[in-house]
Design a protein around this ligand. Structure first.
Ligand code: NAD
Length: 361
C-alpha cells in the first residue's frame, strides 16, 4: 500500500511529463526518451532522490546551453580490444552513459571484459541504470561517476568530493540479480532535499553545517559526510571509496576532478564530469557463475533475522520490493509536496502538469 496521502501517477504519464519538459527545454526527442527512461526507472526502483526530483537540473543544463540536448553522438577517442576512452561531447549524462556502457558491453562480448572511461559528460543519474544494462545481457556491470563537490573528506573543513556513486550488478538465476547501487557519501544529496521538502529532520550521520559540525536540520546543511559518517565511525573508508571513483573516472579520463568540478546547480561552465563503465563476461572465468551467485544471495537472504526484522535482504531487494508495490498500485506513489514541486516546474516550462493522478487507497 502507498503511504497515507501519497499520490500515484502512471508510468505512461510520467514519461509524457519528462519527455515534454526536456523537449520544451531544447532536448531532441531521442535524448528526452533516454532521460525519461532513466528518471522514471529511478523512481520506480525507489531512488526518489535521483528520479523526477532531478528534472530541474537536466532542463536547466539544456536551457542554459551547458549541456547539449542531442543531435550528435559521443566520440570514441581511442580504443583497444577491451578498453575505450570516450568524449561525451557535453551531451546529457544519460545519453553519454548509455553509449559508453554499450561500448563496454560489446567489448566484453568479444574480449571477456570491457572498460570504458569517459570525459566531457554531465550528471548521469542512478548508477544502477547503466550496470543493469550489462546484467540484462548476462554480464556483470559496473558503473561509477564523479559529481559536484558536496562531501567533506574526514578532517577537512572544505567540501571537495562528489557523492561519487558506484554500482555493481550481477546476474543470478531466472532474472534474479544482485544490484548494489550507492553513493559513497553517507546518503545522496537528493535525500536531504526530499527530507526538507517533506519538512522532516535528518537522521544522525548524514550531513554537516557551515562550520563542519554534524547537523540534523536540513535547512542548515552545507555538505554531506562520507559513507560511514564521522572519522571514529569509519568515515575515512567512504572518503577512500569516493577517491577510488575519482581515480577511475576523472583521473583516468582527463575529466574535471573533485573541487574543480562545477558547483552543484550552477550553470556558468561545462560540468566535464567523468564516468567509468565495466562489463565482465562471467563465461570468461569459472563455469557456473549464475548458480554460485544465486547461492550467495539466497544463503544471505535465508539467514535468521534479528528480532524486529522480518527478513535479511541483499542489495537490489529493496528496489524489487518497491517495483512490486508500484506494479500493484498501477503507478509510482509520490509525496504530495513532490507533486507540487513537479507542478511548479511544469508551470514554469509551459508544460501540462501531471494528469491521470489516482489517489492511492
Ligand atoms: N549521479 C550522481 O551523481 C549520484 C550521486 C549519488 C547517488 N546517486 C544515485 O542515488 C541513488 C541512491 O543512492 P543511496 O546511496 O542513497 O542508495 P541507498 O542507500 O538507498 O541504497 C544503497 C544500496 O543499498 C541496498 N540496500 C538498501 N537497504 C538494504 C538492506 N537492508 N539490505 C541490503 N541492501 C540494502 C540497496 O539495494 C542499494 O543497492 C543510487 O541510485 C545512486 O546511484 C547518483
Amino acid at each position: 500500500m502507498a503511504e497515507a496521502g501519497e499520490i500515484v501517477v502512471s508510468i505512461a504519464e510520467l514519461d509524457r511529463y519528462v519527455i515534454s519538459c526536456m523537449m520544451v527545454s531544447g532536448a531532441t526527442e531521442d535524448s528526452a526518451v533516454f532521460m525519461s527512461d532513466l528518471l522514471v526507472t529511478a523512481d520506480y526502483r525507489g531512488h526518489y532522490s535521483h528520479g523526477l526530483n532531478r528534472i530541474d537540473v537536466y532542463t536547466s543544463e539544456v536551457h542554459h546551453g551547458v549541456a547539449c540536448g542531442g543531435g550528435k553522438d559521443p566520440t570514441v577517442v581511442k580504443e583497444t580490444l577491451a578498453t575505450a576512452l570516450v568524449d561525451g561531447n557535453n551531451l546529457l549524462g544519460p545519453v553519454v552513459g548509455k553509449f559508453a556502457m554499450d561500448v563496454a558491453i560489446q567489448k566484453a562480448k568479444t574480449a571477456g571484459v570491457g572498460i570504458v572511461t569517459v570525459r566531457g559528460s554531465n550528471h548521469y543519474g542512478i548508477a544502477g541504470w547503466y550496470s543493469l544494462r550489462a546484467t540484462k545481457q548476462g554480464l556483470l556491470g559496473i558503473s561509477m561517476t564523479n559529481s559536484s563537490p558536496v562531501t567533506y573528506p574526514t578532517r577537512s573543513k572544505i567540501r571537495s568530493l562528489g557523492t561519487n556513486p558506484i554500482s555493481l550488478s550481477a546476474p543470478g538465476k531466472d532474472g534474479d540479480n544482485f544490484a548494489l547501487d550507492m553513493a559513497t557519501s553517507s546518503v545522496a544529496w537528493g535525500k536531504v532535499e526530499l527530507k526538507q521538502r517533506k519538512g522532516e529532520m535528518l537522521p544522525s550521520g548524514w550531513a554537516t553545517d557551515k562550520d563542519g559540525h554534524e547537523t540534523r536540520d536540513p535547512s542548515s546543511v552545507t555538505g554531506l559526510l562520507p559513507l560511514g559518517g564521522l572519522e571514529q565511525n569509519g568515515g575515512y573508508k567512504g572518503y577512500g571509496l569516493a577517491m577510488m571513483v575519482e581515480v577511475l573516472t576523472s583521473v583516468l579520463s582527463g575529466a574535471d576532478m573533485c573541487s574543480f568540478v562545477r558547483k552543484w546547480k550552477t550553470y556558468e561552465k561545462y560540468a566535464n564530469l567523468g564516468h567509468c563503465f565495466l562489463a565482465i563476461d562471467p563465461g570468461a572465468f569459472a563455469e557456473g557463475f549464475t548458480d554460485r551467485m544465486q547461492n550467495l544471495m539466497d544463503h544471505n537472504r535465508n539467514l535468521e533475522p534479528v528480532e524486529g526484522e522480518e527478513e535479511v535482504l541483499v542489495a537490489g531487494d529493496p528496489e524489487r520490493k518497491h517495483m512490486a508495490l508500484c506494479d500493484k498500485l498501477g503507478g509510482i506513489p509520490y509525496h504530495p509536496n513532490q507533486i507540487e514541486f513537479l507542478d511548479g516546474i511544469a508551470k514554469s516550462l509551459g508544460v501540462e502538469p501531471l494528469k491521470h493522478v489516482i489517489p492511492a487507497s
